[in-house]
Design a protein around this ligand. Structure first.
Ligand code: ADP
Ligand code: ASP
Ligand code: MG
Length: 423
């Protein structure tokens, strides 16, 4: 029996009962002969509550202090979980990200893991302990400051530890039974996927299926760590995410893996940009210098009479203020007329490797949206994904329409959501 890494999300450890329930599961894995490393998130909506608190004392909190605050959430759950395990008669030790050897760069609020040196975790395991690690955090290599990995970052902690410790599997325990063909909170008839390739999962994750974070999937693909996404509330098999289907089960790669949606982005339109070389470069250099990642970009055809054009792009809402401030400062240097900010948008994406070889997928996608009366504002595609931006109010309807149009609706039981607030 090898080493397993288990990650429990916030909804799985939302209260004392949840922590005790999870402790039992962990002890069962240990009793089955595994060495067990557990990565745990903050309880319930603790991280959101800490963010709200920070914003009440400062509209743009300093990155270093913000990270110091947010990592407190995971420290609470790791200590309580270790206590609960000890109460069941088993040895457990909790570790912060820094103690577990999670070394990151120094970009606060969205640090990247650059190395994992889990010496203390190995020692704890060798001494017969269950090791509990606080997710979503590390320590910066140069400044030795505490960092966080971005929202949902405990998934990445888990896979990074699984890679560093050469684990057999990384189990991600959450509040649904696995990865579904759409968010079960939106599509009751969503179907559980038994196996999905890293490639398709990566696209779903980066298109907003927050059941797994895209950085975590990227990491798992790079180190070839199989992920098993499953519920901490049921005993059911979940979804395997890996390069190849496992064992003798002949699972065909689906043409369409699923529909993802995302309402966490906003759209900025730079109005009245002179249509000449270097303008787009100047705009996006300004955004990059502010360390903001953008998603879609669209440039309109310029009006012949004015020689001016508009450039629109999408970005996380949380970066909206910063992006507007950065562009305003460069207004004269870049030479645009004005900025428009719109945070009432949503994105719907259809993902599947089969798109490459099946003509007509794009046409059917647009037909489904049109039949549902949904207006499209922006479009972007990759080889295995089509995404559109619509009004935020249209997103749920659009997801359900596309899910049905591509024959993804399940005809058996409804998808179960066991907990969490979906926040
Ligand atoms: P955790 O607290 O365990 O990290 P998250 O809230 O981050 O849980 O992720 C689980 C949630 O992801 C589910 O409750 C579900 O609403 C959402 N979700 C979005 N897309 C999907 C999908 N395709 N399959 C399953 N869950 C999804
Ligand atoms: N607690 C952090 C968050 O809510 C990290 C995580 O849950 O993965 O984003
Ligand atoms: Mg999560």
């Amino acid at each position: 029996m090898g080493l397993v890494v288990q990650k429990y999300g916030g909804s799985s450890v939302a209260d004392a009962e949840g922590i005790k329930r999870v402790a039992k599961r962990i002890v069962d894995a240990k009793k089955n002969g595994h060495q067990v490393v557990v990565v745990v998130s903050a309880m319930g909506d603790t991280t959101d509550e800490l963010i709200d608190l920070a914003e009440q004392v400062s509209p743009i909190p300093a990155g270093r202090e913000f990270d110091m605050l947010l990592t407190a959430g995971e420290r609470i759950s790791m200590a309580l979980l270790a206590m609960a395990i000890k109460n069941l008669g088993h040895e457990a030790q909790s570790f912060t990200g820094s103690q577990a050897g999670v070394i990151t760069d120094s970009v606060h609020n969205k640090a990247r893991i650059i190395d994992v040196t889990p010496g203390r975790i190995r020692t704890a395991l060798d001494e017969g302990n269950i090791a509990i690690v606080a997710g979503f955090q590390g320590v910066s290599q140069d400044k030795k400051d505490i960092t966080t990995l971005g929202r949902g970052g405990s998934d990445t902690t888990a896979v990074a530890l699984a890679a560093a410790l050469d684990a057999e599997v990384c189990e991600i325990y959450t509040d649904v039974d696995g990865v579904f063909t759409a968010d079960p909170r939106v599509v009751k008839k969503a179907r559980k996927i038994d196996w999905i390739s890293f490639e398709d999962m990566l696209e779903l994750a980066s298109s907003g299926s927050k059941v797994l974070l895209h950085r975590c999937v990227e990491y798992a693909r790079r180190y070839n760590i199989p992920i098993h996404v499953r519920s901490s509330f049921s005993g059911l098999q979940g979804t395997w995410v890996s390069n190849e289907p496992r064992g003798d089960r002949k699972v065909e790669q689906a043409i369409i893996s699923g529909v993802a949606h995302d309402t966490s982005e906003a759209k900025i339109t730079v109005v009245g940009v002179p249509d000449k070389p270097g303008e787009a470069a100047a705009i996006f250099r300004t955004i990059a210098n502010a360390e903001i990642n953008i998603d879609m970009v669209v440039q309109n055809v310029s009006a012949a009479s004015t020689g001016l054009t508009d450039i629109s792009f999408t970005l996380p809402k949380t970066e909206g203020r910063k992006a507007i401030d950065a562009l305003e400062k460069q207004k004269d240097a870049i030479g645009f007329e004005s900025l428009r900010y719109d945070d009432q948008i949503g994105k719907i994406s259809l993902v599947g490797a089969g798109m490459k070889t099946n003509p007509g997928v794009t046409a059917s996608f647009f037909e489904a949206l049109s039949d549902a009366g949904v207006n499209i504002e922006l479009i972007s595609t990759s080889e295995i994904r089509i995404s559109v931006v619509t009004r935020a109010d249209d997103v749920n309807e659009a997801v359900r329409a596309v899910h049905t149009a591509f024959g993804l609706d399940s005809d058996s039981a409804e998808a179960v959501v066991y907990g969490g607030t979906g926040r």
